[in-house]
Design a protein around this ligand. Structure first.
Ligand SMILES: Nc1ncnc2c1ncn2[C@@H]1O[C@H](COP(=O)(O)OP(=O)(O)OP(=O)(O)O)[C@@H](O)[C@H]1O
Ligand SMILES: [Mg+2]
Length: 247
């Protein structure tokens, strides 16, 4: 379980997180919805200890991420796969090498075991034929899938996706949605998806929360979203309805 309790974060005099309280339950697929610049990426970075709260705590499996020693932080990070907003692949490494890197850093596996595991996760995201390509040879959707493979390779308990469908055409975006769903269903990984894509949110979420004004303003199970009265949340739903009507 991951818990954020009263998390505050400012940059200079800009208050981004102003008391975020959120529990991520084991096995769920939680979508964090929010407009651009509301602090969604900042929130995710707190979970992996890339940022520390000014106030409040971030607890992963009972450990406060902002107060643990470096060795413990690395242990906690190994439980979490992170798919960065820009995919963040290493340009000078092949797809295979990018995906193998977390296993090599962790150590404890033979070369053959690493090779097999990398091939397995690349197959999972249907990218096994691209193993020897360089990131610059990939389309945006392919890069996302490689980033997902890299996040998955060390068998994390949690996977955090930062805007996994942004910037992709709707058909590829939908394939990424299907992949996120399949990984949750078949691999059982607890999944947190940050997005402003309401289509994606409604398709994949078990539960949706809205980050607004630095706080979790709405929390609703997927089945109950249409009953939510919060104005900004309803604007997201309106966008969804409008596009559905146009189809
Ligand atoms: N390292 C940093 N230093 C200073 N300001 C930062 C830093 N990281 C984020 N911010 C600021 O915090 C705010 C929230 O940024 P964040 O990237 O979390 O937004 P977001 O919700 O992920 O937006 P988007 O949907 O566009 O990705 C922005 O105003 C951003 O400029
Ligand atoms: Mg972001």
């Amino acid at each position: 379980m991951i818990e954020l309790k009263g998390v505050h974060k400012s940059f200079g005099n800009k208050q981004v997180l102003r008391g975020v309280d959120l529990t991520i339950r084991d096995g769920e697929l939680l979508v964090i919805l929010g407009r651009s610049g509301t602090g969604k990426s900042v929130l995710l970075k707190h979970i992996v200890g890339l940022m520390k709260p000014d106030k409040g705590s971030v607890i992963v499996e009972g450990e406060d991420v902002s107060h643990v020693h470096t060795a413990e932080l690395y242990r906690i990070r190994r439980l979490i796969g992170f798919v960065f907003q820009n995919s963040a692949l290493f340009d000078s490494m092949t797809v295979f090498e990018n995906v193998a890197l977390p296993l090599i850093e962790r150590g404890g596996m033979s070369i053959d075991e690493v090779r097999q595991r990398v091939i397995d996760v690349l197959s999972l995201v249907e990218m096994e034929d691209a193993a020897l390509l360089m990131p610059e040879e990939l389309s945006g959707g392919m890069r996302k899938r490689v980033a997902i493979a890299r996040a998955l390779v060390a068998e994390p308990k949690y996977i955090l996706y930062d805007e996994p469908t942004t910037g992709l055409d709707p058909i590829i975006a939908d394939r990424i949605n299907d992949l996120i769903l399949a990984l949750k269903r078949d691999v059982g990984v607890t999944s947190v998806v940050v997005t402003h894509d309401i289509h994606s949110a409604l398709k994949i979420a078990d539960r949706i929360v809205l980050l607004s004004d630095g706080r979790i303003a709405v929390e609703a199970p997927r089945d109950a979203v249409w009953d939510v009265q919060h104005e900004e949340f309803r604007q997201f739903l309106k966008v969804f309805r409008k596009l559905e009507d146009e189809c």
